[in-house]
Every structure is written in structure tokens, then in C-alpha cells.
Design a protein around this ligand. Structure first.
Ligand SMILES: *Cc1c(COP(=O)(O)O)cnc(C)c1O
Length: 463
């Protein structure tokens, strides 16, 4: 009788284990089946029974039916598989790609909920009753904010660049400076984007220096597009030269070749006015003559994930007519959020008050000090014996490739324990409810306070 052999004869506790059928009749299980599919409950009860069998084999005692159902409920509620969960971003990186980038404005959140709940005039012209165009819903605000003739929205900026190159230079050449051939995290490499879009990359200049003549010599009958790429996640310093957008536009015009300016983040307002490191402003780039400018919706703009292209009407229309456009388009929920965000840029008297991303970037140190001092003792108490929590100086950054070399003075909570490494402390915070993501800096675990707006944000529970 193999596995029964080591169990004391006569009173085999394994025989007393209830069946799944019996457990399903328990009142708690009946209640569970009312809120969760029966198959899932059966699966969870089997897991609880398997655990019990193992525990009994190790000399444990048989739990009550209620305890078994409770264990099954815990399995169902916990679920160990990764799924989307809200986390606290205490990394000090405001636009953190791994944590979902921009936080949306309340207006944008409300617009998303409205769009999700009901139908929308996504492609319906309410005046004529004819089929409309989803881009027309945002065109007015996009053009007013950027000074461009036309605009279009796709899934993200990677999609915007892909679409622009495919539509304007498919089967032809795209001229790019070697100093701008970026790789943006997650394998978005310009040379590969070109290959996928069916264009041939023509690199000009060297890593540190590219001159106007390099572009002029490269342009020929095969040239479909000149692309300028904002070196968003690095800077080339030292003996350098690059060609200003304005000069590139002059070269393009002389040869009848359009210029695409991929800004990456792209600010709609001059961030220097808010005391922040400055980033190219979309309106200035349109003003400098770029035929198309592309940028992300969820970087500095502070909206939902989106890729926005603005510029010459005839070119935007060519992008809109390309077959890839359909595959890359944005849905009603994100368009609603983006429309609400753009509306705030046009109307809100105080942008940092209206847009959480700008508020986060411009937070005064004194405010972070106040929150930090209020939170520190509570956090130490929740963490338990041996933990020390202190307010320290910190450096935050914009993230997502904006102002890569600039840091924002910030404050953090340093969380230390004499017997635990900073990585151990980091792991404990990642497993808290909700998970808190900090960073390890110079041998200490830090929770940057820039994204912690009230003490409640760090009122988490630890396992
Ligand atoms: C971030 C970035 C992209 C990609 O934008 P996504 O919205 O993340 O797709 C493309 N180009 C530049 C220069 C960037 O900084």
C-alpha cells in the first residue's frame, strides 16, 4: 500500500479528508460559488486538499471544513500569477516606463470612465451625421497648442515614427545622423524601425560630429525623408557638432525632402518657466519648420500612452491613408483621456495644479520634508523591530528620456535595518500591500518622497 505504509495503522487520517463535493456544500463555499465560477472554486479546494494531504503526511492534524474552505478562498484571492496592480512609485524617477509613466489628471480619468461606460462619437460627425474621423476630435486642440496645420494620434510614439517612415519613405532612403541613432529601452532601435517600415537607412556623419554637408551629400533621388531624433536618453558631450533643425529644414526644402523631428518626450509648454530642466517645445519645432513632429502622450505631456504627429496637412493625410495607420490607431478610451489632457493645457490657469506629472516635477522640497517627517515614525512602527527611518537628501529625475543628464533635488526616506541588506529591505517593500518601489543608492534603501503626496500614500501593510 506504498504511500500509506508510514501512516500509523488503523487511524489513517488521510481517510478522514473530506471530498470536494462535501466541501462545496459548506455554507462558506456556497457563498464563494456565488461570486466566483464553480470550476475555479473546485480548483482552489483541490489545492487546499493537496496541501492538507502533505501536512498530514508530515504528522499534521486535519483542519476543519471551514478552515479548508478558508484556505481555498485565500488561494483564489491571492493568485500568485502577475497581474496589473497599483504600486507606489518612490523610485525618484517621475516618468518611469516600468511603472507606467505619467499619472493622469482627474479630468482625463473622468473622461476615460465616461468613454468606457458609453458609446462615443468616435467616428461620427454629429453635424452631418456622416462618418467622421477620430483625429478630428483632437485636431483643434492639437493645432492650437502646437501651431501645426494638422495632427494625428496613434498607439505610441514608436508607432508614430514607424508610420511616418513607412508612409513617406517606404522603399526609399531615410537620412539620419549617426549621432542620433538611438536605442530606446525595450529594443526600439532606429535601424530596426527603418527595416520594419520598408525604408533604407542612410547614416551620415560620425557619432560625435555631423555637418550640414554630410546631409547634402547623402540626399539623392532615393531620399524620402530626413529624420532628426532627439537624443533623449543620452548626451554626446565634448568635441561635437550637429545640425540644427532650422538648417536641416533649409536643406530639406532645397531638395524637396520633408523633415521629421522625433522629439520623444516633447513638451507642450516651456518647462524652464516652471523651474525645470528645459526640453524642446513642440510649438518651437513646428515654428522652426519641421514638416512633422512626433512625441509621446505619456511622457512630459502627462497624458495616456499615445503617439502624436503634428505638422503639414498633406503629410499628415498621407500618414492617415497608409494601411499601417489602422493597425496602430488609438481606442476611444485613450483618445478621450488625451482630449481631456489637451483641453487642460489650453484652459487650466495653473498647469502643475491640474496635471499630476507637472505637479510631481515641480514639488517644493519643503512639502516633501513635511510629508517625510510625518510618515517616518509610522513607517518605522509598521516595519517593526530594528528598523530606522530617516529623512535624507535625494536626487530625482524626470525619466522616460527627458532631460537625461539633469537631476531634480529631492528628499527621501532612508530605511535601514542592522541585519538586513538594502536589497532585502527593497524586497520587503515590493511585497507590501500595495507594493512600494524605491531604489538602492550608495548602500541604502531610499523611498523618494517626490511622488508621495500625503502620508496615506505610504500607509501600506507588510506581510
Ligand atoms: C520615448 C521615445 C520614443 C518612443 O516613444 P513611445 O511613446 O515610448 O513609443 C521614440 N523616440 C524618442 C526620441 C523617444 O524618447
Amino acid at each position: 500500500m506504498g504511500h500509506d505504509a508510514h501512516v500509523a495503522g488503523g487511524t489513517n487520517p488521510l481517510r478522514a479528508i473530506p471530498s470536494v463535493e462535501r466541501l462545496l456544500r459548506h455554507p462558506d463555499a456556497v457563498a464563494l460559488v456565488a461570486r466566483c465560477r464553480r470550476e475555479r472554486v473546485v480548483e482552489a479546494l483541490r489545492m487546499a486538499l493537496a496541501d492538507t494531504r502533505r501536512a498530514l503526511a508530515d504528522g499534521g492534524v486535519l483542519p476543519s471544513d471551514a478552515a479548508l474552505v478558508a484556505a481555498a478562498t485565500a488561494f483564489l484571492d491571492a493568485g500568485t500569477a502577475p497581474r496589473p496592480t497599483r504600486v507606489v512609485n518612490a523610485t525618484g524617477v517621475v516618468l518611469h516606463t516600468n511603472l507606467g509613466r505619467a499619472l493622469l489628471a482627474d479630468d482625463a480619468i473622468a473622461a476615460m470612465a465616461d468613454a468606457a461606460r458609453g458609446a462615443m462619437n468616435l467616428e461620427l460627425d454629429l453635424i452631418t451625421g456622416r462618418r467622421g474621423d477620430r483625429d478630428a476630435l483632437l485636431a483643434d486642440d492639437l493645432c492650437a497648442l502646437t501651431g501645426a496645420e494638422a495632427g494625428l494620434v496613434v498607439n505610441n510614439n514608436a508607432a508614430a515614427v514607424l508610420l511616418a517612415i513607412a508612409a513617406l519613405a517606404g522603399g526609399r532612403e531615410v537620412v539620419v545622423s549617426r549621432g542620433e541613432l538611438v536605442e530606446i529601452g525595450g529594443s526600439f532601435r532606429m535601424p530596426e524601425v527603418m527595416a520594419v517600415s520598408g525604408a533604407r537607412l542612410r547614416e551620415v556623419g560620425t557619432t560625435n560630429r555631423t555637418h550640414a554637408d554630410d546631409y547634402r551629400k547623402a540626399i539623392g533621388l532615393e531620399t524620402g525623408l530626413l529624420v532628426k531624433i532627439h537624443t533623449s536618453n543620452y548626451r554626446i558631450v565634448g568635441f561635437t557638432a550637429d545640425v540644427e533643425l532650422r538648417d536641416l529644414v533649409t536643406i530639406g526644402r532645397a531638395h524637396g525632402v520633408p523633415v521629421l523631428d522625433d522629439l520623444g518626450s516633447g513638451a507642450l509648454v516651456d518647462l524652464a518657466i516652471l523651474g525645470l530642466p528645459s526640453e524642446p517645445v513642440v510649438r518651437d519645432r513646428v515654428g522652426a519648420g519641421a514638416d512633422l513632429v512626433s512625441f509621446s502622450g505619456d511622457k512630459l505631456l502627462g497624458g495616456p500612452q499615445a503617439g502624436i504627429v503634428v505638422g503639414r496637412r498633406d503629410l499628415v493625410e498621407r500618414l492617415a491613408a497608409h494601411p499601417l495607420r489602422r493597425a496602430l490607431r488609438s481606442d476611444k478610451i485613450r483618445l478621450a483621456a488625451l482630449a481631456a489632457t489637451l483641453r487642460l493645457y489650453r484652459n487650466a490657469p495653473d498647469l502643475p495644479a491640474a496635471l499630476p506629472t507637472l505637479r510631481w516635477l515641480t514639488r517644493p522640497l519643503a512639502e516633501m520634508d513635511t510629508v517625510g517627517r510625518a510618515v517616518a515614525p509610522h513607517l518605522a512602527a509598521r516595519l517593526g523591530e530594528g528598523y530606522r527611518v530617516t529623512v535624507v537628501d535625494s536626487e530625482a529625475e524626470v525619466g522616460s528620456g527627458a532631460a537625461p543628464t539633469a537631476t531634480l533635488p529631492s528628499r527621501a526616506l532612508a530605511v535601514e535595518h542592522p541585519d538586513l541588506s538594502p536589497d532585502d529591505v527593497a524586497a520587503r517593500f515590493r511585497q507590501a500591500t500595495p507594493p512600494v518601489i524605491g531604489r538602492v543608492h550608495r548602500g541604502r534603501f531610499l523611498l523618494d518622497l517626490r511622488g508621495v503626496f500625503s502620508p496615506d500614500d505610504l500607509a501600506v501593510t507588510f506581510a
